[in-house]
Design a protein around this ligand. Structure first.
Ligand code: AMP
Ligand code: MG
Length: 335
């Protein structure tokens, strides 16, 4: 793919917006770092972001909006504190986490019931969002494991050939990522320190809590950072089942990569045509559908470990409590 270098003027922004609306990827400047943007309401476009970055796992992505009203359409409930923070700190490097509406695809939030939203203080970013007419999901525009880019040349060096376009705007003003604040926790909790100082937040939230900089927080009541199913999940492995306590297949859900599986209580197919981008786009909603179906167990078919298959397998392995083999009538979980 030829990555277009677009000028950060009205015609460049119009071309970039067209790409976003068509499900493509555009790197764009914000006041912090360059973001790798996709239509936040399109699961497939967002799945392509993970593919372009070469991320070996799924992480929730921040959605960028051009107004507080647009943010409110992505959240299921908006407490007065959120309105106060938006009025005071937006546009700016403050990301707010609140419960999401069903409009936001699960791949955006890596299956979490919450979505992180911010309004960047950069005219080019805001104009791109306005002209696209879509909220834009965007992690930093670097390849996995590399530095977040603060110049469009750095974006090109890492993602040239892998994305449709970059809006060329030179250096970004701040170079530090946004502060991520969860309003789902009570009292509110800073999940990641960043461009909005804690002192400024404490003027509005005196009892603000801050995640320790390293490692998971041990405090009770802290939100999970990742969605894992509550139903026991087993990765399918080839071979005949061994003796043991088999589970009736009709009480099992089956998470299939491709079509052709029968005889389970419920089957969710990730991609009938065997496409890993489509599979990644559907992964979290399919897993949640099985998790909420009242089944005794979920059996998951491994996907090829290439491209987005690496991230899917990472999540499946972390969700799995063991492996399973199948017989005509039973699934045989093996710890
Ligand atoms: P980046 O990839 O640099 O844009 O970073 C995104 C940050 O926002 C990471 O620290 C994520 O863990 C955090 N984040 C995004 N969405 C959520 C969410 N729904 N809940 C909690 N943290 C989130
Ligand atoms: Mg990053």
């Amino acid at each position: 793919m030829d990555t277009k270098v677009l000028s950060a003027d009205a015609s460049g922004i119009a071309a970039a917006a067209e790409i976003i609306r068509a499900g493509g990827l555009v790197a764009f400047p914000t006041e912090t770092v360059y973001g790798l943007g996709a239509d936040a309401l399109s699961a497939e476009a967002v799945a392509r972001v993970f593919a372009a970055k070469g991320r070996p796992r799924f992480d929730p992505i921040i959605v960028h909006v051009a107004s507080p009203e647009e943010a409110e359409r992505l959240w299921a409930a908006v407490p007065p504190l959120a309105r106060e923070l938006m009025a005071r700190f937006w546009p700016g490097p403050l990301t707010l986490v609140l419960p999401k509406t069903p409009r936001v695809p699960e791949v955006v939030t890596a299956g979490l019931p919450t979505v992180a939203v911010r309004m960047p203080a950069h005219e080019v970013a805001l104009e791109l969002i306005r002209v696209s007419g879509r909220p834009i999901a965007a992690p930093s525009a670097n390849r996995f494991g590399r530095l977040s880019p603060t110049h469009h040349e750095a974006v090109l060096a890492q993602l040239g050939g892998a994305i449709e376009a970059v809006l060329a705007c030179g250096l970004t003003p701040v170079g530090v990522e946004s502060t991520v604040l969860s309003l789902v926790d009570d009292p509110p909790r800073v999940l990641r320190p960043g461009g909005t100082p804690l002192e400024a937040l404490r003027e509005v939230i005196p009892n603000l809590r801050v995640n320790p900089p390293h490692g998971p927080s041990a405090s009770p009541g802290t939100l999970p950072r990742h969605y894992l199913p509550a139903t026991p999940l087993y990765l399918l492995e080839p071979g005949p089942p061994e003796d043991g306590e088999g589970v009736d297949r009709m009480r099992c859900g089956f998470l299939a990569f491709r079509d052709g599986w029968h005889g389970f209580g419920r089957v969710e197919v990730l991609s009938p045509r065997g496409d890993l981008v489509e599979a990644a786009a559907r992964f979290f909603s399919a897993l949640r559908a099985l998790d909420e179906a009242g089944l005794a167990a979920i059996v998951a078919e491994p996907v090829p470990e290439e491209g987005l298959g690496v991230a899917i397998m990472d999540r499946l392995r972390r969700a799995a409590s063991g492996r399973a083999r199948l017989s005509e009538r039973h699934a045989w979980p093996m710890r």
